[in-house]
Write a protein that binds this ligand. Sequence first.
Ligand SMILES: *Cc1c(COP(=O)(O)O)cnc(C)c1O
Ligand code: SF4
Length: 366
Amino acid sequence: MSVRHAGVPDVQWSDWTWQMRNRIRDVGALAHWIDPTDDERRAIEALADRFHFVITPYYAGLMDPGDPECPIRRQVVPRLAELHDAYGVADPLDEVAHSPVKNVIRVYPDRIAFCVNNECALYCRFCLRKRMVGDDEWSMKKRELEEGLAWIRRTPQIRDVLLTGGDPLVFSDERLDWLLAELRAIRHVEIVRLGSRLPVTLPFRVTDALCRVLEKHHPIWLNTHFNHPRELTPEAAAACDRLLRAGVPVGNQSVLLRGINDDRQTMKALCEGLVRMRVRPYYCYQAQLLEGTAHFRVPIEEGVALFRWMRGRTSGFAIPLYVLDTPHGKVPLTHAYVRGREGDAVVVETCDGRTWRERNPRAAED
Ligand SMILES: *Cc1c(COP(=O)(O)O)cnc(C)c1O
Ligand code: SF4
């Protein structure tokens, strides 16, 4: 089903610049879409100077007006629970300490995350980069982008550059074209990846003109961020289809969120819906110990059990790798299927829970 428009004419509704100009930023505007609860109203006020409250009309159209537990609503509308988080910190991955120059995050020898833009179309309550997104101090002036590019130019180990933010697709086509051309001109940069939530939150941004810019600079890969099957709309599917036709492989990185996608059927429906759109589930992140997000966290054991349950019950490529990000890189959180060795055999657990002994003689020693 297409997203409801609330009477906005199609030409405006499907114009991404109209969507950006008409974003919801206060309770009054939100009340056109849903009936905000007392908790939501008070949270919008109490959190106003802590983290941005901004929603695109398109994404607001996905919210259930009568259900405060709506999985779309909970991702973007503040709740008082954000004020009660005993363990969350601002920068759990210590990204600032891993930045050789502003907004270049290097954890691995061969690849970086380059936060080229601090803005997003909307702001997710569980955002890992809460400390910086939407904050002017972290915006990137052209000179600062050039400093990042200069660092990449003089660091020949970097073969993979992930443009992230914020959201790099909030940039104009011209700025993106310039940035991609600069990266392409660096001999050792083999691939460029984009991390963007716009196919989910503002799919009209993926215009034919944008796709023509991207395909000039291949190999370009893109990972987006769907968290719930309700986000898999015809509009979002069309945006992913345009990217795929332009030769950009599209992957998905979700976050495991309590009450949003942590039950088995919801996660399975999300992943199967993604592969129907030819989007490959790549990672599902454990929610970090990030300030104001205690109400979203799922114990790691439950996450491991969820993805263990999926194995064998759906297409292998519909199952993302469940990971924990750490200051030292991403750690796969998987069930231990390899149980150990018994003589000449290795004992494994099959996906239906049986024990299997695979003859596996040790290499002959000579
Ligand atoms: C996630 C991440 C990458 C990319 O990691 P892959 O596992 O290759 O997808 C690179 N740099 C940083 C800092 C990251 O957080
Ligand atoms: S779109 Fe991504 S970077 Fe932007 S607020 Fe949401 S999670 Fe954070």
